[in-house]
Design a protein around this ligand. Structure first.
Ligand code: COS
Length: 380
């Protein structure tokens, strides 16, 4: 049972449920089991855009729905309850568009945000490199200024939607400047070579790309904000996106709990439903308590964000905790379901198990969250 902290959340849940029944469940298995080479689900992405979900938290004047971040986080939680990989399609669009909404010039915003919000174009947040994951500032990708253009060379990896994105918010160094900068790149430029990474464990509906940049050109007018502020923009974007990952965790964990309760009431052993067994009840109770705590932390972080207050610490705490809770709950759900959990044809538990694992890795590993938390608690 999910208790809302704001009446607007119920409307979001209803809206998502209706969408999920019509558009997500019919596609869910096909997208998860699609053989390699995997294809990005453009048709579904378009439908998500038409439903207004991609631009949910983006400003109305830029073609978004102008919803509060709390409503957006509820959207992600609820989408991920039904299918986390499909929910991720939305979360990635928000992650990639956030730096444009918040740090771009008015002209840049008008040019790109409405197209991202509607789902007409797919944006990607292009930060991680083969040797710069957690150590995000240590980038090797370099842009050289040549008249009115930047010429970019480098390599990026693990970029969500990077294989299909039409627009990239790219982080790199500009020549000899020591600090990162951010720029917008239209990916139809010669030298932009993107591929879909293969054999992903989970979250398969949302594809992941590897990108090589060979003399890729972008106008200097596509610089985002100021030279040298890229790392700060990336961190502020990730602060926001980490609440989204927490919401993914809450949605997945709640699904694992609901599936477990329903199964435990149906499944008979030793002459009674296993829900009557204390061993099962304790697992259900441990799941329920953790989900409640993760949900409270997630909503607190996003309420701070909506209030315009600093929320770096709370976002990291929520992301760390909710992703660990998702892992815990899915593992317990697997134990409760036994063989019916381990074999994918019988229940969604096997998919939940694969989908949740990346939450402790992307948008800052659990170890990075602990660094951020300790840095905020202890001080520098
Ligand atoms: N908001 C605004 N500014 C921030 C910030 C935040 N949340 N966090 C750091 N900054 C700023 C600092 O104020 C500092 O600014 P100045 O250079 O002007 O002083 C600068 O960024 C560097 O800060 P800091 O020294 O804390 O950075 P570190 O290199 O120590 O950061 C971690 C280390 C590990 C926290 C950071 O690199 C990180 O989050 N890594 C993970 C990256 C990630 O999530 N990757 C996933 C990619 S997306 S799937």
């Amino acid at each position: 049972m999910v208790r809302n902290i704001d009446p607007r959340q119920e409307a979001v849940r209803e809206e998502v449920k209706a969408f999920a029944e019509k558009h997500m469940y019919p596609m869910s298995e096909e997208l998860d089991r699609m053989p390699e080479p995997r294809k990005f689900p453009r048709e579904l992405y378009k439908k998500i855009g038409e439903a207004g979900f991609i631009g949910y938290a983006m400003p109305k004047e830029l073609g978004g729905q102008g919803k509060s971040k709390l409503e957006y986080i509820t959207l992600i939680e609820e989408l991920c309850y039904h299918d986390a990989a499909i929910g991720l399609l939305c979360a990635v669009a928000e992650l990639a568009t956030f730096p444009i909404v918040h740090f771009a010039s008015e002209e840049q915003k008008q040019k790109w945000v409405p197209k991202c919000a509607s789902g007409e174009i797919i944006p990607a947040f292009v930060l991680t490199e083969p040797e710069a994951g957690s150590d995000a500032a240590n980038q090797k990708t370099v842009a050289k200024e040549n008249g009115s253009e930047y010429v970019v060379n480098g390599e990026k990896i693990f970029i969500m939607h990077g294989d299909v994105a039409e627009l990239a918010v790219l982080f790199c160094k500009i020549e000899d400047k020591p600090k990162l900068s951010a720029m917008i790149v239209e990916t139809d430029q010669p030298g932009w070579e993107a591929r879909t990474l293969k054999n992903k464990m989970g979250m398969r509906a949302a594809t992941t790309g590897g990108i090589i940049l060979k003399d890729v050109k972008t106008p200097t007018s596509n610089l985002l904000g100021e030279v040298g502020k890229g790392f700060r923009y990336a961190m502020q974007t990730l602060d926001s996106a980490r609440i989204g990952v927490a919401a993914q965790g809450v949605g997945i964990a709640q699904r694992a709990l609901d599936e477990s309760v329903s199964y435990a009431k149906r499944r008979q052993a030793f002459g009674q439903p296993i829900a009557k067994l204390q061993a099962i009840q304790w697992m259900i109770a441990d799941m329920a308590v953790r989900i409640e705590a993760a949900r409270c932390m997630t909503y607190k972080a996003v309420q701070l964000q909506d209030a315009g207050e600093k929320f770096t610490l709370e976002a990291s705490m929520a992301k760390l905790y909710a992703s660990e809770v998702a892992n815990f709950c899915v593992d317990k759900a697997m134990q409760i379901h036994g063989g019916y959990g381990f074999i994918g044809e019988f229940s969604p538990i096997e998919k939940l198990y694969r989908d949740q694992r990346v939450l402790e890795i992307y948008e800052g590993t659990s170890e990075v969250q602990r660094l951020v938390i300790a840095g905020n608690v202890i001080g520098r």
